[in-house]
Design a protein around this ligand. Structure first.
Ligand SMILES: C[S@@+](CC[C@H](N)C(=O)[O-])C[C@H]1O[C@@H](n2cnc3c(N)ncnc32)[C@H](O)[C@@H]1O
Length: 248
């Protein structure tokens, strides 16, 4: 009889332990999910706040397209707008056209001077950007250049990078790097500094979007190691942003 009671007690304890273990796991899972949800909600708030900042600081005549997916995120675009408004560059070059072209153009218009040359490898998206700029009354501030990706040899390393034969500028005072897309080739954005280096003055500001990705982190490290940039600030935006200064 005593043996039976012991057996029942032992079974009861095992059952209790299993229930406790299960409840603890559910509690931890719910905690993880609520902190993920909090991060998502916080990020949405940050993007909405930045979007309001963009409209407020640029006096846009119409709406920007949706700033999700491929497009630059509002937090990156707001930093871009503030940098162009502050630095008042005369010649701006960017890799990868779209909403960023609108933001730069509107900032140049507000400054009352400067011109943007925007390189795009896709004729389709280059045309979309031209139409967008036209609809917002910003065409005079930007030249969107068709720049197909072409084999680019850098000391024996082959990249698929923009054909810049149509880029007729003597010097560049501000550079915004948001292309080519990652899928084109690995470290796809590395060539921009070696290729354009002779046109960049000492102290030129370079913004690199998507800087939190492995390829872009490696690219920035390589630019540093090769002495192409003298300073770098990493900003924790939605996709990661590196703000750099050219060393010449
Ligand atoms: C990262 S996107 C550049 C985005 C741009 N700087 C902006 O802020 O909107 C790089 C390239 O993707 C292409 N692209 C733009 N929007 C796209 C879309 N909705 N779907 C696929 N490709 C797109 C364009 O050719 C662009 O040069």
């Amino acid at each position: 009889m005593i043996n039976v009671i012991f057996l029942m007690l032992a079974l009861g304890l095992v059952l209790l332990f299993l229930v406790f273990h299960k409840v603890r796991r559910i509690h931890l899972m719910m905690f993880d999910q609520s902190s993920e949800l909090k991060k998502t909600v916080d990020n949405h708030y940050t993007q909405v706040e930045a979007l309001m900042g963009i409209y407020h600081s640029l006096d846009l005549e119409g709406a920007l397209p949706a700033l999700r997916g491929w497009a630059g995120s509002p937090d990156y675009l707001l930093t871009l707008a503030k940098s162009v408004l502050k630095e008042k560059p005369k010649t701006v070059v960017e890799c990868g056209s779209g909403s960023s072209s609108v933001v730069i153009a509107a900032a140049l218009k507000k400054n009352g001077s400067g011109h943007l040359y925007s390189l795009d490898h896709s004729p389709e998206f280059a045309e979309k950007t031209r139409l967008l700029l036209e609809s917002l009354g910003l065409s005079d501030w930007v030249t969107v250049l068709d720049a197909p990706l072409t084999e680019t040899n850098l000391d024996g390393e082959l990249y698929s990078w923009y054909d810049v034969s149509g880029l007729n500028v003597e010097s560049i005072e501000f550079l915004n790097v948001d292309g080519p897309p990652r899928r084109t080739n690995s470290n796809a954005r590395y060539p921009v500094l070696p290729v354009l280096h002779s046109k960049l003055s000492d102290g030129t500001t370079v913004l690199l979007d998507d800087a939190g990705r492995e390829d872009e982190l490696a690219t920035v490290q390589r630019w540093k190691d090769e002495g192409l940039i003298s300073a770098e600030e990493y900003v924790t935006t939605e996709k990661g942003l590196s703000i750099m200064t050219v060393k010449n």
